[in-house]
Design a protein around this ligand. Structure first.
Ligand code: B4P
Length: 187
């Protein structure tokens, strides 16, 4: 089973992805974590990515597509996985569709997290106070919300045509949302 977590920054993708992957026994591929690790390790990819991430912009597809390709090729994710934080653009969606298609597989569920914007901002500001992530500043958060609407939200229509989009109310307790996700995907 292949599941994509889609939603604005702060909508709970990382939080719910971790729980869901554990409950289903599936690996979770998280592009945000991979990029943050590359930044921490000061690799060429990380140095390039950091220029965009700190401003709240997407890392360009020219930089990210190869990373995603390499992740999809790993043996542990061949029979199913939770994709957290990607696809985020049309070319990324195309890469995922093509790679799974070549293996006779497809995306089974796109979980779309519905959270009002003021709640997103509140969560990210709370995380900024707690963890000090370099892209949780008010300016970067504003950019991330705009970039989500412009580049990522159009993917909803792309997947809705295939009937795989499942809306999940993203407000409430973490456990209630996790339970609702399991209900929605029938597991
Ligand atoms: P991500 O790491 O994906 O960051 P995000 O969208 O903010 O989501 P995240 O998973 O961290 O937060 P969550 O909603 O779980 O991306 C960061 C950057 O990396 C991007 O801006 C971009 O530059 C780059 N990037 C990543 N993937 C890319 C790609 N494919 N292409 C190009 N660039 C890419 O949670 C947020 C907070 O809410 C947490 O503190 C959590 O504790 C809290 N929360 C969660 N659920 C809650 C609930 N029910 N109630 C209250 N609080 C809750």
């Amino acid at each position: 089973m292949f599941i994509v977590l889609l939603g604005a920054p702060g909508s709970g993708k990382g939080t719910q992805g971790k729980i869901l992957a554990e409950r289903l026994g599936l690996p979770k591929i998280t592009t945000g974590d991979l990029l943050r690790a590359a930044v921490r390790d000061d690799t060429p990819l990380g140095r390039e990515a950091k220029k965009y991430m700190d401003d709240g912009k997407l890392v360009p597809d020219a930089v990210v597509l190869n990373m995603i390709k390499a992740e999809l090729a790993k043996p542990e994710g061949q029979q199913g996985a939770v994709f957290d934080g990607f696809p985020r653009t049309a070319p990324q969606a195309e890469l995922v569709d093509q790679t799974l298609g070549e293996r006779g597989q497809r995306l089974n569920h796109i979980l779309l997290f519905d959270v009002p914007e003021e709640e997103l901002v509140r969560r990210l500001m709370a995380r900024a106070a707690r963890e000090g992530r370099s892209d949780d500043t008010p300016e970067a958060v504003k950019t991330r919300l705009q970039v989500y609407q412009r580049d990522t939200a159009p993917l909803i229509a792309h997947y809705a045509q295939r009937g795989v989009v499942r809306r999940v109310p993203g407000t409430g307790t973490v456990e209630d949302i996790a339970t609702e996700i399991q209900r929605v995907i029938g597991r």
